[in-house]
Ligand binder design. Sequence first.
Ligand code: IMP
Length: 428
Amino acid sequence: MPGIVIVGAQWGDEGKGKATDLLGERTEWVVKFNGGNNAGHTVVIGDEKYALHLLPSGILSPGVTPVIGNGVVVDLAVLFEELEALEARGVDTSRLKISSSAHVITQAHRTLDKVQERFLGKRQIGTTGRGIGPTYADKISRVGIRIQDLFDESILRQKVEGALDQKNHLLVKVFNRRAITADEIVDDLLSYVERVRPMVCDSGLLLNQALDRGEVVVFEGGQATMLDIDHGTYPFVTSSSATSGGAATGSGVGPNRLDRIVGIVKAYTTRVGAGPFPTELFDEQGDWLRQAGFEFGTTTGRPRRVGWYDAPITRYATRINGITDLVLTKLDTLTGLERIPVCVAYDVNGERVEEVPVNQTDFHHAKPILEEFPGWSEDISGCRRFEDLPQTAQDYVLTLERMSGTRISVIGVGPGRDQVIVRHDLID
Ligand code: IMP
């Protein structure tokens, strides 16, 4: 029985929440394996719209146990805010499990994220300002605080003091900010101990046992391939492993238990924050696409950068993740366009390049080589079978499929849970 990984194939916000939710009905477990409250899933159920930042979207499906894996960084204040907001709307959140090895985001991380960005000036990454990067930096530097540290106050205090040591020098002497005391952080973390205790688990053990029993586990990736710390457009990336390999390291499950790798792509492209984006539109067509797709950040509210579909990027994502199935979202957004441009290759300093250049400077110089395909004007939001789509929409999907190197198994035609066309089942 499958372990199914869901990853973004572009720069995020491809509609992963919807795909996870689509699987939710037949899923027993949904695991978040990377990132933190920098993510933003919008899930629409009936007339209700839920914006989740930290919690796995599986929290909305009653039969699912949501898990926050060891690869995640957890802001406990945000965790309990989100849980309380869901409970107030009648959602049962009692099944949530959190790995004891997940790291916690503290006030020091949030402050550093903001001041470091300001310090970068023109070289800013455009982070979400939630403390994600500094928390992962501490993890890699081996001075991070893990959830399990909360249960031993003296260890917690020692670790917080150690972690603050250098940071306070930085904050005071370089960034001209006030020092943060160990007491502030320890008191804040301890205020969550009793509430978090029942949720804490060994996520690797729990998930391996679930897979042994033949239960379906969905590994939900935050951010996306092009924001992955290793494979994305470094340094304009997030600080975690957003690709399928991260599902194994970020949850404690071996790679041979990951049976299906589902990549999510939008029928066009968006990006938040700085960094290269070859198909980006700066004209009124871009404004139209942003409005039509309502491309404003779930977490930050920032208008997203928008551009046409970039086939080399999907091919790259397919290769890096080992994608077995693509979910193409927001096809309905393109309705009304007479012709739809698609990037088929790049022009890098006068040379045609078929694949994503591995060299950062080349990627910054890459100009899209666009081919145009006929559009459609019919409302497709009610289509539920591939054959229901206008011929030109079918052809557009088949063209993307041919260029992307793997099959498009699901097509999103609207924001609702049921507004999908399933060509191949994601769970065999
Ligand atoms: P950080 O993850 O806050 O450190 O931000 C690093 C980069 O990743 C910035 O360009 C963010 O805009 C981007 N980013 C982080 N999370 C998301 C997401 O969920 N969707 C899209 N972009 C994201």
